[in-house]
Design a protein. Sequence first.
Length: 484
Amino acid sequence: MLDVQNRSAEEAVTGSPGAAGTEAHDGLTPAPLRPYLILAAVLCGLYFLYSWVQYTHFRTPSWDLGIFGQSVRAYAELRAPVVDIKGPGFHILGDHFSPVTALLAPLYWIWPSPVALLFAQAALFASGAVVVGRTAQQVLGSRAAGIGLAVAYGLSWGIQEAVKSDFHEIAFAVPLLALTCRALILGRWTAAVAWSAPLVLVKEDMGLTVSMVGAVLFVKGQKRLGAALAGFGAAAFALTVLVLIPAASRVGQYDYWSKIEKTGEGAETSFGQVVGDALSSGERWEMVVFLLAITGFLALRSPLVLLVLPTLGWRFLSQDANHWGMHWHYSAILMPVVFLALVDGVRSVRTSPRAWLVSYGKVVVPVATAVALVLAANLPLRELMKSETYRTDTRTEQARAAVAAVPEGASVEADVSLLAHLTADHRVYWVGTAKGTDPDYLAYDLRGWSQQVSDPVQLASQLHPDARYEITYRSDGFAVLKKV
């Protein structure tokens, strides 16, 4: 069991990090990078292995990897980020404002595959463990605490669910938020501004999080700097959702307002109904409880916990059930925040007049680490321990054959399970958004269609009545058709 108060005899004798009397001039315990870089490398390997196996076995859970693969390929080819998967000629900045993904273009030059995005995300997520762990050691004075919280962060449900969900732009926000929180804990106010400001390029809602960083600075006495940053974040949010996204969108507006204004069935909602549904939703509150429980609720002792409010706010108001719970990638950006808020909380209770709170602060880090290890037994990375995870089944072989049946450079309409595998060297459309186009090839996962359209040629004639297609590959699971 980890003890944030104890140090080994070796550390005390040698004067290594964590030993008494070895604090740096800034009051922080020295914390060498090497142990955390090694841990981050292990985490990166686990994340990437999971993503790679999922990709190569055609277990992609959504169309997002295909979308980001198409947009990053466009950046790499010095083109506008047009994503035909979202619709022919669709400019992706008219959907979500995430120009930060252009930073992946150099990696794509070297490794022109969606797999490169999965590796980049694994590295970005793992880098957060370095910041969380090293900050914990420096502030709490214990290497055990640092390693424990780095592990707790690395195995947290928010990170693991994001890894399971393929690639998303929020991967860039994770290390930026970790560095922002570190700067706030250490009182490095200019650094907090510098690390948080680029968040507005990650996704449009991040402007609100930047504003909350400004609010935390204000609370900590940096009133002018905090007010300026809060204003910058709010202005960036308004600019992106009211001007930039509508300018790039073919419908001339920010389409995601509908997630609040309409139910999942498309019915109009009132503000009162939205708020009432949000406050009475057990699934939403369960997510909040788990978010704070992984820190033993001691994150609530830090003003850093305010940074989770913008993300929780829009998720509570959203009528899309995918935003409410603990699945998908939406909670990844909250993980570095709550774990570093825990570090700040432990530091603050050390001087509390309440003896029970001081005692709790001494054990909360090992408890949080133990909770993370227990929860990990039921989270996605556990699949890496099962032999069947790596087994190539008939469906995988058929899917690979279907992809191979589409000539390089051809335009192709495909289902979700095949999209990402075709984006590197084809112009790809999704079957749900390709109206008005007649691609060179059609690649279908037949199990995604009803029995009434089990004939691929009949299906093609329904979706593309102005073109004729003939089958070039067929199995019991997949079909590829060529335009004639």
